[in-house]
Design a protein around this ligand. Structure first.
Ligand code: NAI
Length: 325
């Protein structure tokens, strides 16, 4: 087992974050990745009002060839030693079945299937949809999506479910995915326009919803972005922190990624509640995402700050208040 568990902050509670299985070429690259991801989880949990801190884990391995039961058993032993300070769930390269297997060996695993919270993606999509509506309301004055065009980059678990909701709400869609079959399905099912994955950022739309990769908003892409708002589920959408200012300068309203995509985290955290997983309670919590974004956008407008600055300040204040208590 070659793995790193990064625990960024435990002031609000044990670090909570998924375990990724990815064959990084060097240990340094893996460490940089997992540390950055664990920090993001601290902000995500804090802004969502969770009693968890930030953490993330990385097994440096190829999920298709190296992920044997023996490897997962060794990893479970590592997790057992960290059960007071870290709770994990599935992430890239892990499946719900892997989470179920780990749970038989150590208690600090969530996102399991038998009586657990199961697949987080539909919940993330619901939070992203509600957050997108809040963003549209701030940017365009009404959250009525009919007649608006939304560009969705990535038609995977979250992106597809988001498209279903947007289509139902009357939005027109432009979509791109490197998997052509998914694009064809979206064209026939939602009447979507197709865009080239390489140039989708430039497709004209009211809202751009990144639901594939990180780093899509950069010094190169922001000047060419043809949308009034960005609201999507992808993690780490900004290539660099100053890209938040670049978006603001162009009048593009940006819903901070870790605020709008917190639905999955809220769902996984709900499984760890004392009474066990309660779907209705989890969805009620996800329903708070638009109010959180409302507050962030209002404070940002008032203070001339970016929504990212405000979100970070909310997280820092919560952690500082808990520390002082
Ligand atoms: P997924 O792996 O199911 O879907 C990703 C989709 O993006 C795939 O269809 C893939 O073909 C497509 N894609 C990859 N590269 C592309 C490119 N260059 N251009 C266009 N499409 C491309 O992933 P999932 O679960 O839907 O997650 C989407 C994003 O949301 C990821 O950034 C993930 O980290 C983030 N996220 C997901 C959560 C969840 O609950 N699943 C929770 C929070 C964040």
């Amino acid at each position: 087992l070659n793995a790193i568990v990064a625990i960024h902050n435990t002031v609000l509670g044990p670090g909570l974050g998924g375990t990724r299985v990815w064959p990084h070429e060097t240990f340094e690259a893996a460490l940089t990745d997992v540390l950055r991801l664990s920090r993001g989880m601290t902000f995500k949990s804090a802004v969502a009002g969770m009693a968890f801190g930030g953490g993330k884990a990385l097994i440096i391995a190829n999920s298709k060839t190296d992920k044997t039961p023996a490897l997962l058993e060794a990893y479970a032993e590592m997790l057992r030693g960290l059960k007071e300070v870290f709770v994990t769930a599935e992430d890239v390269g892990m499946t719900l079945a892997d989470a179920d297997f780990l749970k038989t060996l150590t208690p600090n695993v969530s996102g399991t299937t038998a009586g657990g919270s199961g697949n987080p993606s539909p919940v993330t999509a619901q939070g992203t949809f509600l957050g997108l509506k809040a963003t549209v309301r701030h940017r365009f004055g009404s959250d009525d999506l009919s007649g608006l065009r939304v560009t969705v980059q990535g038609l995977g678990a979250v992106g597809w479910s988001l498209c279903e909701k947007l289509h139902e709400a009357g939005a027109a869609l432009t979509v791109a995915d490197i998997d052509a079959a998914r694009v064809e399905r979206a064209v026939s099912q939602f009447g979507a326009d197709r865009a080239d994955p390489k140039t989708i950022v430039m497709a004209g739309a009211d809202v751009f919803a990144p639901c594939a990769l990180g780093g899509v908003l950069s010094e190169q892409t922001i000047p060419r972005l043809k949308a009034g708002a960005v609201a999507g589920s992808a993690n780490n959408q900004l290539a660099r922190p100053e890209d938040a200012v670049r978006l603001q300068q162009r009048g593009i309203l940006y819903a901070p990624d870790y605020v709008i995509n917190a639905g999955g985290l809220v769902n996984v955290a709900a499984e760890l509640a004392p009474g066990g997983y309660d779907r209705a309670a989890a969805m009620a919590r996800v329903g708070e995402i638009p109010a959180t974004l409302d507050r962030i956008f209002t404070l940002a407008k008032k203070g001339g700050a970016t929504p990212v600055d405000v979100a970070r300040a909310i997280a820092r204040d919560r952690i500082a208040a808990k520390k002082a208590a």
